[in-house]
Design a protein around this ligand. Sequence first.
Ligand code: G3P
Length: 221
Amino acid sequence: MQPVIILNFKNYRQVAGERGILLATEAVELANKTNTQIFIAPQLIDTSLFSAKGLKVFAQHADSVSNERSTGKVTLSNLKQAGVVGTLVNHSEYPQSAQDVREIVEGAARLGIKTCVCTPDLDTLSILEGLEPDFVAYEPPELIGGNISVSKARPEILTRFFGLLDNFSPSSIKLCGAGIKTSEDVKAAKLLGAQGVLISSGVVLAETPSSALLSVIDGFF
Ligand code: G3P
């Protein structure tokens, strides 16, 4: 299968608005040339701006509400309207309850929105039983944004995580994230069972983001 990259822009000012469009467009071009599947998670406020450019957009977050009297919440139906193809769920920077995770994954599936459930530890996997989100990412919060990748710092946990995932959610595509910056980090993750990565600062904050992304992509091949 094609390697998967979810490029999370978070709220980094370097990729706000049109500046982010430039990197996203370059990223998609690189992915197309290298037979890699890439999804962009722009800043929530930029979601429609990015999807209107034909980019495959993941929302950074969705709320498990359908009531239209929900000030400030982000509903799945509005995200569908905004043209997203998927959404992150339970990112460690915006953690959600097990009930919310369940409701969002099930609600998104009904709307044809893909889900990537982020899990900070092995215990969280149990909430996925029977849910089958499209992607599940192991992302230890303490390594996010750092210089040691999850694949280098937690090889044994990553192996156990992917093994458990085969039991709890066998159809989910296996991702990992946190500190991934180089092709070596990706090669190590792939050897441990990863089918893709969730990445942010290693690309968005790089001196030349497109070169950093190409290095990451090289790690899959
Ligand atoms: O969503 C992925 C993100 O949390 C990983 O961050 O900066 O360690 O690649 P980073």
